[in-house]
Design a protein around this ligand. Structure first.
Ligand code: 13P
Ligand code: SF4
Length: 304
């Protein structure tokens, strides 16, 4: 065990902390974490943590959501500047404008959003529960924010509703190119294609499976196929190497790396346990409003 890892485990115990990590953070951090998962799993599990401190290794919207749902816990991040750029691609003002235009409207907000935007939304979703949650909304009109690609995927699977899209995107997924996937398919004709719904429609159209990070891991693990073209951030390969050991995995582009997720280094993790300046806070009044769409998501996602 390295000195850094040893020190982290020692301080974790001393500070009564649990470490949660997303599949996109560096492999060595996933190894130290008590729980690793997709954004939905992590938001559910965070409510069941007994420890006083949650050290969240991911991006800030995820840590803020954990803080909103667990106001009495101390939530820390290895690097509080690890932000998902998509969260800035829609504003409360954009929501107001659409609310003024439609009466029978639900504002469905991807969890990749600011606390303020959540506070103005009717329900949150993650990529693993978006279909189920949207299908259970009674409203005819759905303003899906901020990610247009996920919104269009949900719309394609939810006939009978009128979707209004926002032009937000994740550059990591939106930059995956059709020609790169086509080339890999030609090189590996028996490979199945698994894609995250943040990918563009032209990638989803080439895919055998579309789902969240944990959905992709389950699919690759359980599928009888031996080769996969994996269209999402490459951090997921760390878990896949264990859960689908021996299977061949191909990444369509070298650029499928989320620089924000990679700020979660073991050194930063250790700093978060040692020094101030790593705590996530959310204004109390804002949190009281933002918690409602998050709780509604959990209720609808867990319903029969
Ligand atoms: P998941 O919900 O699949 O964990 O995805 C989160 C994310 O940020 C994808 O880019
Ligand atoms: Fe945001 Fe994309 Fe990074 Fe996910 S992969 S955190 S959506 S920038």
């Amino acid at each position: 065990m390295t000195d850094v890892k040893e020190k982290i485990l020692e301080l974790k115990k001393e500070r009564d902390a649990a470490i949660l990590a997303h599949y996109y953070v560096p492999g060595e951090v996933q190894e130290i974490a008590d729980q690793v998962g997709d954004s939905y799993y992590l938001s559910v599990i965070a409510s069941q943590i007994k420890e006083k401190v949650i050290l969240f290794c991911g991006v800030s919207f995820m840590a803020e959501s954990v803080k909103i749902m667990n106001p009495d816990k101390t939530v820390l991040m290895p690097d509080t500047g690890a932000e998902c750029p998509m969260v800035r691609m829609v504003s409360a003002d954009d929501i107001k404008k659409v609310r003024d235009r439609y009466k029978d409207l639900a504002v469905v907000c991807y969890i990749n959003s600011t606390s303020e935007v959540k506070a103005h939304s009717d329900v949150c979703v993650t990529s693993s529960n978006a279909l189920k949650v949207v299908r259970s909304m009674p409203e005819k009109n759905i303003f899906f924010i901020p990610d247009e690609n996920l919104g269009r995927y949900v719309a394609s699977e939810t006939p009978g509703k009128n979707f209004i899209f926002n032009d937000g995107f994740c550059s990591v997924h939106a930059d995956i190119k059709r020609e790169d996937v086509v080339k890999l398919k030609a090189e590996h004709p028996s490979a199945k294609v698994a894609a995250h719904p943040e990918c563009r429609e032209e990638i989803r159209d080439l895919s055998d499976y579309v789902g969240s990070t944990s959905g992709i891991i389950d699919y690759v693990e359980k599928s009888c196929s031996e080769e996969f073209i994996v269209c999402t951030e490459r951090g997921i390969f760390h878990k896949l190497a264990k859960r689908a050991a021996g299977k061949k995995l191909y990444s369509p582009a070298l650029c499928t790396l989320c620089t924000s997720m990679k700020k979660n280094t073991t050194e930063n993790l250790l700093n978060a346990l040692m020094y101030p300046g790593h705590e996530i806070t959310v204004d109390k009044q804002l949190a009281l409003k933002a918690v409602r769409p998050l709780q509604k998501m959990l209720r609808l996602a867990q319903s029969e």
